[in-house]
Design a binder for this molecule. Structure first.
Ligand code: FAD
Length: 415
C-alpha cells in the first residue's frame, strides 16, 4: 500500500473542512483533503449567518463566493398567523458583518472546494476514510477510493470535518446522544414562480405552522426557493402517501404557503432527514480536532450549522498551526470552551423556540429596539459577544424577558 505524507489531513470538503484547510495552507503547511463524495453533491443547510463571513474571509473565499451571484441575505423573518417579527442584521448590537448569503449548498460547497484546490490544497474526491491509527499525535489514515483501492496518509495532525459522517467519533467510540428531542424535516426545492418582492427574497422566513412545527422558506437568486417542514416525527404520521403527497398536503395546510406554492414545480422529490442532533464527548485529542457538525449539530431553526462549522474550523485551524509550530495549546480552554459557548448559546435559543418562550418574545406587540438588536446579534451568529446580555445570560435572559412581557400584558389587561 502506498503511503503519502502531509502535515495535516482534513476529512471532508464541506465548509468546515475547506475553511480549516485554507487557513492552515496559508500558514505554509502541506494539507490534503479527502472527500467521500464527488462534488457537486447535495447537502441541506442553505441559509448562512453574517458571522460565517469572518471565517470565510479569513479563508479567502469571499471573492469566489461573490462571483457566483448567490442571493444576498439581510435578515430573518418569523411569521405566526398575521403576526410578523422581522430582524434586519443592520440593526444589531454587535459590530461586524450585517449580511450574508442564501446558497444552494451543492454550488456553494463546490466553490469553496474548487477555491482551496486552486490555492494548492489537493482535494481527493470519492475517497473514504476507513481507519486511523494514532501513534502519539502522528497518525496513519487508511483511505479507500470508489474502485476499492486502498492507500495510507501519514499526517502530523487530522482535522475531522466529516459532518454527518462523524468519522473520528465513530471510529473511536466518542459518540454521545444530544439532549435535544429528535426532529424530522421534509423539504424540497420549488420553482417559485409566484414569488413577489413582497416576499422579501433577501431573508429567510420561518413560519410557525402550529406549536413545535415550523416551515423554512429560503429563496435563491435563481428563482428557486427551498421550503422545508420541521416537526416532531409523529406530526408527519397524520399525512399519508408519498413524500411528495405529504409535502403538497402540508403546503396546502398552511395559509402562508398555500397560494404561493400550490401545484408548484419541484426541482427534486421531497427528501426526509431525521434525528440529526448528535454530539461527542470531546472535540479534540492527541493529534486530532473535530470541526463543524462532527462537534454538535443542534437544529435548523436558527441556521446556525454552517456558521458553527466555519467558526469552529477557523478557531481550530489557528490552534493546529500553533501546535505544528511546537507551541503549547490548551485545547480545552482555547477550543472546547469557546466552541461550546457558541453551541450552548444556540442551544438555549433552540430550546426557547420549541418551548414557546421565543414565541412570546417574537410575537409580542411590545418590542423594545435595544433588546431586539441584542437578540438580532445572536440570530446573526454573534454568539461569542459577552457584551450582549442575550449571549452572556443566554440560558436565563429569554425566559426572564418572556415573563416580563407576560406580566406587562396582564397589567395592561387589568387597567
Ligand atoms: P458537511 O457539510 O456535512 O461536510 C462534510 C463532508 O464530509 C461531506 O461532504 C461528506 O461527504 C464528507 N465525509 C463524510 N464521511 C467521510 C469519510 N468517511 N471520508 C471522507 N469524507 C467524508 N445549517 C445552516 O447553516 N443553515 C441552514 O439553513 C441549515 N438548515 C438545515 C436543515 C436541516 C434539516 C438539517 C439537518 C441541517 C441544516 N443545517 C443548516 C446544518 C448544515 O447542514 C450543517 O451544519 C453543515 O453542512 C455542516 O458543515 P460541515 O462542513 O461540518 O459538514
Amino acid at each position: 500500500m502506498t503511503t503519502e505524507k502531509v502535515d495535516v489531513l482534513v476529512i471532508g470538503a464541506g465548509p468546515s473542512g475547506t475553511v480549516a484547510a485554507s487557513i492552515i495552507h496559508q500558514a505554509g503547511y502541506s494539507v490534503k483533503i479527502v472527500e467521500k463524495l464527488k462534488f457537486p453533491r447535495f447537502v441541506i443547510g442553505e441559509s448562512l449567518l453574517p458571522r460565517s463571513m469572518e471565517a470565510l474571509e479569513e479563508a479567502r473565499f469571499i471573492d469566489a463566493i461573490k462571483a457566483k451571484g448567490f442571493q444576498e441575505k439581510y435578515g430573518a423573518k418569523f411569521v405566526k398567523g398575521n403576526k410578523v417579527c422581522d430582524f434586519t442584521f443592520k440593526e444589531q448590537h454587535t459590530p461586524g458583518w450585517n449580511w450574508t448569503w442564501q446558497v444552494t449548498r451543492a454550488d456553494f460547497d463546490k466553490t469553496l472546494a474548487d477555491t482551496v484546490e486552486a490555492m494548492g490544497v489537493p482535494v481527493c474526491y470519492e475517497t473514504t476514510v476507513t481507519a486511523i491509527r494514532f501513534n502519539g499525535s502522528d497518525s496513519v489514515t487508511t483511505v479507500e477510493d470508489i474502485h476499492g483501492n486502498k492507500s495510507e496518509i501519514a499526517a502530523r495532525f487530522i482535522v475531522d470535518g466529516s459532518g454527518y459522517g462523524r468519522v473520528i467519533p465513530r471510529l473511536f467510540n466518542l459518540e454521545k446522544n444530544s439532549n435535544l428531542q429528535p426532529r424530522k424535516a421534509l423539504f424540497a426545492h420549488t420553482v417559485d414562480a409566484r414569488r413577489s418582492m413582497a416576499d422579501e427574497p433577501n431573508r429567510i422566513t420561518a413560519v410557525v405552522h402550529q406549536p413545535g412545527t415550523w416551515i423554512w422558506i429560503i429563496p435563491f437568486s435563481t428563482g428557486v426557493t427551498s421550503v422545508g417542514f420541521v416537526s416532531d416525527p409523529s406530526f408527519f404520521n397524520s399525512y399519508s402517501g408519498t413524500p411528495e403527497q405529504q409535502y403538497r398536503a402540508l403546503l396546502e395546510a398552511e395559509p402562508y404557503t398555500r397560494e404561493r406554492f400550490r401545484d408548484v414545480e419541484l426541482v427534486f422529490e421531497p427528501r426526509i432527514l431525521e434525528s440529526w442532533s448528535a454530539t461527542t464527548d470531546k472535540f479534540y485529542g492527541d493529534g486530532f480536532v473535530l470541526t463543524g457538525n462532527v462537534t454538535e449539530f443542534l437544529d435548523p431553526i436558527f441556521s446556525s450549522g454552517v456558521t458553527l462549522a466555519c467558526v469552529s474550523a477557523q478557531t481550530a485551524a489557528k490552534l493546529v498551526i500553533r501546535k505544528l509550530k511546537g507551541e503549547a495549546v490548551d485545547w480545552e480552554k482555547e477550543y472546547m470552551e469557546p466552541t461550546m459557548q457558541g453551541v450552548n448559546t444556540f442551544r438555549s435559543y433552540v430550546m426557547a423556540w420549541y418551548d414557546g418562550t421565543l414565541d412570546k418574545i417574537f410575537f409580542s406587540d411590545d418590542q423594545r429596539p435595544e433588546v431586539k438588536n441584542q437578540i438580532c446579534s445572536v440570530l446573526a451568529g454573534y454568539v461569542w459577544d459577552m457584551s450582549n446580555p442575550f449571549v452572556q445570560h443566554h440560558d436565563t435572559a429569554l425566559k426572564r424577558l418572556a415573563r416580563t412581557i407576560e406580566l406587562t400584558q396582564i397589567i395592561k389587561q387589568d387597567q
